[in-house]
Design a protein around this ligand. Structure first.
Ligand SMILES: [Zn+2]
Length: 420
């Protein structure tokens, strides 16, 4: 670093000495600054908050001011009286802030204790912080205590399948604007040695009728006494506005890259026939000449009628840009959607959870999916893209399901995930 940079860095550190507002145990804003804690002192004046040292027991006169007191925010601190009559404790802040975060996460996040702890771990930076942080076990107990306190009262762990008896509130779905409906669709009965339950709503079952369906079973989150949780998923698309229709049609070239090259020309001609929008026609004509090729039929009447079909090659032959084979040949799996769902869903539960808890979490998932459907129907694009579903994997799934006679469906699926 050159001397000038060094100087300016030092200068910035000097003037921009930031304080951090956290929450005190009495649930009041608390300012942490250079190892000291402050409480709000009086009412703000023109947005300026005055703070006084929290060690009132020592009659410490340390004080400062900031231009805000929002919890979780950093503010520039102007010292009023920097003379504290006690030592500072720089690691105290991290621990206090950590405790606040633990409380918040344990209360509002559905994540497993283990996941919350690992997130918190990532936030610890210096060796000093790590050395001074509460033990994993202590944190775990705090989280579990809060989680238990917030959990509904489930019946006890059943010993036998026949012991399972669902409380009435678990039989119904969570309330949505449309109300609450029956969520337990089938119970094979207390006498069944291989007892099983089916959960869902009629609305959701209707969706399965005309959609791509993905299924998968998992043992991970199967409750005790059960072998698996089996889920059935439908691929649902939103409704298109007119502009979106055009946008979709303009994506045809990209989509054709993912169908078998022998089908390209036929599918293209089929689609081109129905186009009326001039903008799209122009584009398709260009695309035809450049990438697909076309045929010219000429009829001559010499001695007898003779039709000559001449094939005009495109500038770039289909095999140059079509990737169907390449995508098809490196197919590792065909169930990525579902696997991603299982991953996300499993993160909400412990291994082999209590059956009642599983059903409860399923109800929440049902409501989430209900909300997403409403968004889809009203044209809001559903953009949840978990990081582990890469675009490639999604393309792979769709290409796997390619069926020439169902090209429209394929076109819909692929154009909805491809961008220019
Ligand atoms: Zn003080």
């Amino acid at each position: 670093m050159n001397p000038l940079d060094e100087l300016s860095t030092n200068f910035q550190q000097l003037t921009l000495s930031l304080g951090f507002v956290t929450l005190s145990q009495k649930m009041a804003p608390q300012l942490a600054h250079e190892g000291y804690f402050y409480r709000v002192n009086g009412k703000p004046n023109n947005g300026v908050f005055k703070w006084r040292c929290a060690r009132t027991d020592l009659k410490c006169k340390g004080s400062c001011s900031t231009k805000g007191n929002t919890i979780g925010s950093n503010y520039e601190v102007t010292l009023i009286n920097a003379n504290h009559n006690h030592a500072s404790n720089p690691t105290l802040l991290t621990n206090k802030e950590r405790r606040r975060k633990i409380k918040e996460k344990a209360t509002y996040s559905e994540s497993k204790t283990r996941k919350i702890l690992s997130q918190l771990c990532e936030e610890l930076n210096s060796k000093e912080e790590i050395a001074n942080s509460p033990s994993y076990e202590a944190d775990r107990q705090v989280i579990n205590r809060i989680k238990r306190k917030n959990k509904p009262e489930y019946p006890p762990q059943p010993e036998k399948l026949s012991d399972i008896s669902l409380p009435e509130w678990l039989i119904f779905s969570l309330k949505t604007p449309a109300g609450s409906e029956v969520f337990l669709l089938h119970d094979s009965g207390k006498d069944d040695e291989e007892r099983f339950f089916v959960f869902g709503t009629n609305e959701h079952i209707k969706l399965l009728e005309n959609a791509h369906i993905f299924c998968d079973g998992t043992f991970d989150i199967a409750p005790k006494l059960f072998l698996q949780v089996y889920s059935i998923h439908a691929l649902v698309h939103g409704r298109y506005s007119d502009d979106e229709k055009i946008r979709k049609l303009l994506k045809l070239p990209q989509v054709l890259a993912f169908v078998p090259s022998d089908d390209v020309m036929e599918l293209f001609c089929e689609l081109k026939k129905d186009i009326s929008d001039t903008q799209v026609i122009d584009f398709y004509t260009y695309f035809e000449k450049t990438y697909v090729g076309y045929t010219i039929e000429t009829t001559t009447w010499r001695r007898y009628k003779k039709t000559i079909v001449e094939h005009v090659k495109p500038m770039f032959e289909i095999n140059l840009w079509n990737v169907y084979k390449r995508v098809k040949e490196c197919i590792p799996r065909s169930n990525n959607f579902v696997e991603a769902w299982h991953n996300a869903f499993s993160s909400l539960l412990d291994h082999h959870p209590l059956i009642y808890e599983l059903i409860d979490v399923l109800r929440k998932e049902q409501k989430t999916s209900e909300m997403n459907l409403v968004k889809l129907k009203t044209g809001i694009h559903y953009k949840r893209k978990p990081k582990y579903i890469t675009l490639d994997e999604r393309i792979q799934v769709i290409v796997d399901n390619y069926n020439k006679s169902k090209f429209q469906e394929f076109f819909d699926s692929l154009s909805s995930i491809l961008y220019y």
